[in-house]
Design a protein around this ligand. Sequence first.
Ligand SMILES: NC(=O)c1ccc[n+]([C@@H]2O[C@H](COP(=O)([O-])OP(=O)(O)OC[C@H]3O[C@@H](n4cnc5c(N)ncnc54)[C@H](O)[C@@H]3O)[C@@H](O)[C@H]2O)c1
Length: 323
Amino acid sequence: MKIAILGVGAYAIALARVFNKNKENKVTMWAKFKEEANVVMKNRENPGVLPGVKIPEDIEITMNLCACMEKADIVVFAVPAGAVRQVSEEVAVYATKEQILCVVSKGIEPKTNMLMSEIVYEATKNENICMISGPSFAVEIANDSVTGFNVACKNIEVANIVKKQFENGLVVTACDDLIGVQVAASIKNVFAIFMGMLNGMEMPDSYKASCLACLVRDLGEIIVALGGKRETIFTFAGLGDMLLTCMSSKSRNFTFGTYVGRGFTMQQAFEEMSVKTVEGIHTLGTITDLMKKKNFNIKSLEVLHGILYENESKDNILEKIRM
Ligand SMILES: NC(=O)c1ccc[n+]([C@@H]2O[C@H](COP(=O)([O-])OP(=O)(O)OC[C@H]3O[C@@H](n4cnc5c(N)ncnc54)[C@H](O)[C@@H]3O)[C@@H](O)[C@H]2O)c1
């Protein structure tokens, strides 16, 4: 099969290497920006984001989107969530109805409240849209570490096609809850801020575990409120990814939360991390509004929102979000 990977960043390279392990696959990567393209084509790596990880010689890298997508069976959008709308509009010019379009970006679009698959559908009207998601860091996947993934698509047969091409050395499960997998992928960033905050407050492990149990309950509520299946919690893309993000200082959201827990303001935390924002903050605003509109009362979101935006007390958090 021909696999077109859009983007030449950390995750794009990691995914390209996985698809390329099946020597029956022909993998092509699209680099939109000249400066990045020049660096990646010359070095066959992207030293800025994934130093030391080579792009195999048999993977073609092009700046021509049409050529990259031509006759591709699977097109993978490995770009930031904020770029998915723009890339979808560019892809729509060349996409055919038969092509499978896969997103890996995690997030809900601010203002429209749309999931990534919905943005791609709006632009392309393609029905074969998948999400690949699971507990993973680009650097680990690129270095052949084994992890679990879900490929989700409304049409399970389509999900199975992607699974077959992608599971080279990985443990991959197909599922049909495209909404649930995407909601879990977005909300885990919010919960990583929450758990990071408890970490920064140096709360005991048993306290953190009790709060985590409440967050898992809330994840289920949010998935169901947005039209997904509660049982998607019990998947690699659900609890698997949430636990990774909620326990790892490699997560920017967790690190941000840790600063907040230590008493930094949001602004001070951004400055300390030398970033302008973190994904979970955008998602917190979007999902809090969305839940209010739908009349769902999600305790953990309200507590986190109150602490971050209304300077509410961090005392008795478990009591406030309790079962
Ligand atoms: N890095 C990870 O470990 C990881 C894990 C899971 C999911 N993801 C998801 O993968 C996506 C990409 O993350 P990353 O870490 O590879 O980011 P990155 O910054 O390393 O790479 C992003 C790539 O997208 C390209 N890009 C950005 N805007 C674009 C646009 N408007 N048009 C075309 N190309 C554009 C960039 O040039 C770059 O090649 C994110 O949505 C992230 O949520 C990443």
